[in-house]
Design a protein around this ligand. Sequence first.
Ligand code: PMP
Length: 463
Amino acid sequence: MTPPLANSNAARDIGSVLHPYTDLVAHQEIGPVVITRGKGVRVWDDTGRDYIEAVAGLWCASLGFDNERLVEAAARQMRQLPFYHGFTAKSHEPMIELAEMLLARAPVPMHRVFFANSGSEANDTAIKMVWYYNNAIGRPQKKKLIGRVKGYHGITLAASSLTGLVNNHRSFDVPLPGFVHTMTPHHYHEARPGESEEAFADRCAEALEALILAEGPDTVAAMWAEPIMGAGGVIVPPRGYFPKIQAVLRKYDVLLVADEVICGFGRTGNYWGTQTFDMQPDIVTCAKALSAAFLPISAVMVNARVFEGLARESHVIGTFGHGYTYSGHPVPAAVAVETLKIYDEIDIVGHVRAVAPTMQAGLRSRFADHPLVGEVRGIGLIGAVELVADKETRANFDPSRKIAARAAKLCEQHGVISRALPGDSLGFSPPLIINEAEIDEMLDRVRAALDELAVQLRRESIA
Ligand code: PMP
């Protein structure tokens, strides 16, 4: 590896930026990939090299990397009213219009919308809402929250406590007390030999019930779930999972919060992942594709029952004492309104349904028999291939070999940005506007990268 030239972007980055989700020591040697522009599903780095963005950035750039209408919507709003807020009953049209549009599109009847700036903030807000709500209705002891091992809900203090991933906990002194995690519904690894998806889903529901009983049902307030676990490895729940989970939650009066930060707005082939997996949440959080990632904005939708509790308590106290300076900021709100209009006009869900078979069948035809691949999974325009050391026993590689990160680096060299996920998986979640030819090109490049990795590993095992 040649060291970055002095005064290059790479050298300046190494000398100045503390990167999220990066080995900060290795970065001093390896340096960044500096992306300078984008168009459609592609981005270019500062050496002029192009990549197909197979994860839409961070599962978010749903309309790709250029869109004049969104640029115009932002510019128009900046000229008209660059900032206003929602505190003390102030309001503005983009916030009102976006709230109405979200309520009209909600997967189950929702009553009010609160805005924040990121998925983490949306989940943190929903956590505080659940606590506030249970105080309002006179059950202050019912406060514990259930996440899932490998679930991802963000990295603020409370959201990272719900997250169930080692790297988000280790050395950060989270999870905070009162956060517990139930098992990952991953049939490939967790099911017993011969166990059907339904029987495995039953066992997941039994594990949840055992956890609630062990904690004490009077102390458990809510469970958080992504329809598909994204950052934890694109884990698709087994058939029948959510109805069985919800039967347990209902039995103990535990709320369900659907984290739609990745799955919302078409990703799974329905407008919401909630619809794909038959979930009936009390609260929905969303972000990312809400604004096609052009500007940061997130939302929390609450149903009437939760809203009435929040409203009552705020009236006793005199205010709902929660809100961000930029809650419902008019510029990202205007961009989100335009984004949702574009989704309607281009029938984003219809498009995802039309091209998803190319991605899902393409993943399976190229990788199911690949010597390094144990499982291919996904639905709609989200998927993953999991790399295994032994296809028979389903054993992953020794984590110290960082095999998925190595595969992702090779993908980059073959012109695809994918994402190494926990459990040696490579994740795919391209811009929703991707077409069939681009999907094939993306998967052909990934196949070439994994073939190269297989050759390298064979050579290393002989050496
Ligand atoms: N929830 C889910 C399901 C996510 O995938 C993410 C981000 N990948 C978050 C929450 C956190 O969102 P943010 O990074 O915007 O805080």
